[in-house]
Design a protein around this ligand. Structure first.
Ligand code: MG
Ligand code: MG
Length: 276
């Protein structure tokens, strides 16, 4: 880390634009391919192809012991699902997490989608409500960065957004968002709920991955025998949404959204500003 600590220079912020966009492209390609019958390994190959074709490298594959481009976490899996032979089924809630590295700089983003199922309307509606609430909380957290004094405001915004939808959700505390830059995971942690104690200032140069993980039950999780996949202890469904966001002198810019976050931020009255 530079002498600037967690805050990046304008040049460093500019370097984060390309990996963010490539991450967005990879996730869009995966999202378009999520249909019943596709395997998570096939989805992984799609993301890898997009990232390599775009001149990047899959940064997840640089994590010690991990060799894939995405994490694919289905139903009760919260995060870190390992791609394999499992095939997506109608009605599944599928969370895809992915990141690209370009010229040594990183992007990191995730989405959850519910696969259509003509025979299980109640299940699909429940999972869609969970995915929507989690996405809403992500954008509330991101929007808060436009006016926040510290990162404590982000956690409060995420928590309030979830509470505004219902009181039956659990916000995962075992995992948090994080700073992102030369490394995919940097300081500071970004909590998805109200925290006590002093939090880092939100000011130009801060780049964070905001990533709420929300369940329809417990917030207790455990790791499967594969050494990666995190599932809810009570096997209730989980969702995960994430974007990498830069705070700069002109405003905020969502690096992993092709529109800089314009659509997601519009309901909050926030207009993202491109990094000059
Ligand atoms: Mg991620
Ligand atoms: Mg992340």
């Amino acid at each position: 880390m530079s002498k600037r600590g967690i805050y990046k220079s304008p040049d460093e912020l500019r370097a984060l634009v390309a990996p963010g966009l490539l991450t967005a492209q990879a996730l869009a390609a995966v999202r378009a391919a999520i249909v019943p019958g596709v395997s998570t390994l096939e989805l992984d190959a799609i993301a890898e192809r997009v990232i390599l074709a775009g001149g990047g490298l899959p940064n997840f594959a640089m994590e010690p012991g991990y060799s894939h481009t995405i994490c694919a976490s289905i139903n009760e899996a919260v995060v870190h699902g390992v791609p394999g032979d499992r095939r997506v089924e109608a009605g599944d809630i599928v969370s895809i997490d992915c990141g690209a590295e370009v010229d040594g700089w990183n992007g990191d983003a995730a989405f959850s989608v519910v696969v259509a199922d003509g025979t299980r309307a109640a299940l699909v509606a429940s999972r869609q409500r969970l995915a929507n609430a989690t996405e809403k909380s992500l954008w509330a957290g991101i929007a808060s960065l436009a006016t926040a004094s510290t990162l404590a405001d982000v956690g409060a915004a995420v928590e309030d957004a979830i509470d505004s939808v219902g009181d039956d959700f659990g916000i995962i505390e075992d995992f948090t968002g994080h700073g992102i830059g030369r490394s995919m995971h940097e300081d500071p942690p970004v909590f998805n709920y109200r925290v006590r104690g002093r939090q880092p200032a939100v000011k130009p140069g801060l780049v964070v991955a905001v990533e709420p993980m929300v369940t329809l039950g417990t917030i207790e999780t455990h790791e499967l025998d594969d050494g990666w996949t995190i599932v809810t202890d009570d096997a209730t469904d989980a969702a995960h949404w994430e974007h990498s966001v830069a705070v700069h002198a002109g405003g905020i810019w969502v690096l992993t959204a092709t529109d800089g976050g314009a659509a997601g931020l519009a309901p909050f009255g926030i207009v993202p500003v491109a990094i000059a």
